[in-house]
Design a protein around this ligand. Structure first.
Ligand code: GUN
Length: 300
């Protein structure tokens, strides 16, 4: 079997078009412009790239983008004060504090200082609790993007066996909650899981989110399964020349695509969906803040 490629790049473009259309309607009908504030502390190169892309795409869909770049030694109180200001700023509907934060800052404290209704990452403990109990919440962007791709390919997920490899707060745990809410039978696998290969072979839906390059190989996959690869890992690529690198996922694409029914590539799979869903969450937050109906198809 040769797997169908799930084109996350194209799907993300469709999500962004829907967001842009809704933003235009908010402006035309209500004079409201959604605003997203992104806070970056320090100079982590990968975070700088993410933040630049977020700002660019926010402006492209017609929303206001505000960036706060703070030095790596910013005291915790100063960061909390900034978050308080953003919490009460009526022009800001979404706040995202790029992770990881420098070691001297308490990540949980900072995340939980963001007003839950502006927490477009869905990381605030209130949103985690709401999602876990099946209530309306802000849904973390990467799992939201994965769910959109899965629903688009499979329709109803009810009764399917889903295995999520990885137990992070950002992807693994919220992904498992979303799949459970869609009536999958869900197992979370992690570094201590026994016979992880055999467990993965039971999965109709396999989500890999561990950050280990090409860990999941074709012999871990049930024939015909849908494979969602969340990993973005840079590995040496000597075939491209000395010192060159390339991006790979947590799934070994070549062996996996010979067995799976469908698979997301890296790059061009889940990655583009994350920012698209951030924009979707921002417009959703803006509608909720103004008591307006939420956009169709941009949240779950
Ligand atoms: N760092 C890596 N992924 C994310 C994300 O989804 N949100 C934030 N805030 N930081 C991240």
């Amino acid at each position: 079997m040769t797997a169908e490629i799930i084109d996350g790049k194209a799907f993300a473009g469709i999500v962004r078009e829907k967001v842009a259309a809704h933003v235009a309607r908010l402006q035309a009908d209500h004079g409201i412009k959604p605003g997203l504030a992104v806070v970056l502390v320090g100079e982590d190169p990968a975070s700088q790239v993410y933040v630049r892309n977020k700002g660019k795409q926010t402006v492209e869909v017609g929303m206001t983008s505000v960036e706060h770049r703070l030095p790596a030694d910013t005291p915790q109180d100063a960061l909390l004060t900034l978050i308080q200001e953003l919490n009460t700023d009526p022009a800001i509907h979404g706040i995202l504090c790029q992770l990881p934060l420098p070691d001297h800052l308490d990540e949980d404290l900072v995340i939980n200082a963001i007003a839950p209704e502006k927490d477009v990452d869905g990381f605030h403990i209130s949103n985690v609790g709401l999602l876990g109990t099946g209530q309306k919440s802000m849904v973390p962007c990467t799992p939201l993007g994965c769910l959109m791709l899965l629903r688009d390919r499979l329709g109803s997920l009810s009764g399917l066996n889903a295995v999520v490899v990885g137990r992070s707060n950002i992807v693994g745990k919220p992904m498992a909650n979303l799949l459970l809410r869609d009536s999958c039978t869900v197992t979370i696998a992690h570094s201590r899981t026994r016979d992880i290969e055999a467990l993965c072979r039971t999965a109709d839906i396999l989500v890999a989110a561990v950050g280990r390059p090409q860990m999941v190989t074709g012999d871990w996959i049930k024939p015909g399964a849908t494979v969602i690869d969340v990993g973005i890992n840079r590995i040496p690529a000597p075939e491209k020349g000395e010192g060159k690198t390339r991006l790979v996922g947590d799934v070994d694409f070549d062996s996996a695509s010979a067995v799976a029914g469908a698979i997301t590539p890296v790059p061009g799979g889940v990655g583009p969906m994350t920012i698209a869903c951030l924009l979707a969450n921002t417009v959703t937050a803006c509608c909720r803040a103004n008591g307006l109906p939420e956009p169709e198809g941009l949240t779950v």
